[in-house]
Design a protein around this ligand. Sequence first.
Ligand code: FE2
Length: 364
Amino acid sequence: MAEDFLPLNGTDYIEFYVGNAKQAAVFYQYAFGFELVAYAGPETGVRDRASYVLKQNKIRLVLTTSLVKDSEISEHVKKHGDGVKVLALWVDDAAKSFYETTSRGAEPASKPQTLKDEFGEVVVASIKTYGETLHTFVERKNYKGAFLPGYRAAKSNMQIEPIGLKYIDHCVGNVELGKMNQWVKFYEDVMGFKLLVTFDDEDISTEYSALMSKVVSNGNGYIKFPINEPAQGKKKSQIEEYLDFYHSAGVQHIAIATDDIIHTVGELRKRGVEFLKVPDVYYDDVTDRVGKINESLEELRKLNILIDRDEEGYLLQIFTKPVQDRPTVFFEIIERNGAKSFGKGNFKALFESIEREQALRGNL
Ligand code: FE2
């Protein structure tokens, strides 16, 4: 087997550009149980932006807002609303990652640079992916600080109760009609990923709308990127609705793994997070489809958690409604019990649920 030219240790962080990072930080701390660990802004010598770094187990979210009228960040927020700017990848050698990918055709966004402070040094470099989204390679083996040089450790006054979110399971991109294969090829050729699964419109069409999806994964399987594109249906695909409001390709959802989805989702609901709803009849015959599971079906039904099974085991999953006013980014909470798939058996019930929401917004 050929050597992996782009070894990845995992997701380093996910950075959102938002309209109000201070308030977004409170939402993710309170509702999702993230802890504030670092901050950059005027108080740390950064004049044009403020960034809050939130952490829970292996997950790091960065929330960044612009402090000035005309900047790359304010333009991004104006066009896309709050959204994901960077899917950062943790590597041992950022310069090599940049070279290996750009020499295979990746468009550079920023060349390798070494950032230093009293806690050591970090090397970062970025390439462009779909829409205005970036992949930043982060090499932090010589760094002991809170996040990156330029940030200082921070703590909030809020009483934070973590809810068992463990790591990023996968991040999904929505791309324009006809562009899915091009981006799959990008991940294959430029980043050395492999095609894992294909879902065509037979798998995932409802009466009205449809989409197609392919999942690519890196060598060790730590990074999984499903790519969706709209497919023809009777009415507007949920992917088209996203593209209409995001005004470009971009990140559709971030799936976060938990070991105890009943606890995690119970807490999220208590704290006001809204989820897509599947009708109660979903649970009438779900056992016929998925067989025996360890959890109480009654509790799963109460929390509206979905179940699916593949050859290797089963999984439990649920999807939030969009987490900002535009119908764009949302989260998935997933607990895997052996299953390595993505919940194909739930697509129909889910997409019908999304369509009910689209109809309420007048976008179907
Ligand atoms: Fe997902």
